[in-house]
Ligand binder design. Sequence first.
Ligand SMILES: [Zn+2]
Ligand SMILES: [Zn+2]
Length: 236
Amino acid sequence: MKQSAAFSIGPEEELDLGYCREHGRALEAYCTQCRDIVCPSCVMFGTHVGHTTEHPSHASRYLRAQIDAANRSGRLKPEYSDRFLSDIRETKLKCLNTKKQTLEEIDVKFNALVKALKGRREALATEVINHFSEQLQEIEEQERRWMEKEGISKDLLAFSSSPDDAQLVRNAFIILSGIDNLNEGTGFHTAKLITGINSNLKLSKQEDVKVGFSQLLNDLENYASFGDDKQIQYRA
Ligand SMILES: [Zn+2]
Ligand SMILES: [Zn+2]
């Protein structure tokens, strides 16, 4: 068994360390390499062959000395860990807050975009509906007029094909007003059509700059990116 200088101090008191689970022999040495207690078989032909060992009572004094040294250096004081923990926890809090703020910002910005697009869609659809209902009202008025004339024509043809002269005279007013109606002048009426939408995006601030629809879609699909990563330091 090799022995190391740092351990070999003071009398060797026997410590009851129990028995080796592998060899069943008393654990009577301390392996400094594995930081574990070993039996003679462990060292002679077990996993600790060639390792440096110490008497357990020396190891116990060594361990006490190590703890004392750590204590004297101040590292066992709660304040020592607290200093790092408070830095770590502050960093953790910054991460959580920044994450929350960024997610909120995404919600706010995209909600505004979605709201603006929905509002615009509603306004455009309403304008189209109102425009065409005005136009259709006028067209349908003309349709009614000409369906009436169509009816008058049929009636007049029916009177003329009947040999009943008495009936003809009795209906003089209807017949002559009908002919007046058919003689009314005709003219051109105009229906105004909205034929589609201009899907270019007109930028309100720069009158001359236009963004094509496919470009707008593409730009919206890739809308908003992240700024530079900000690095914050913490100690641990
Ligand atoms: Zn053993
Ligand atoms: Zn060992």
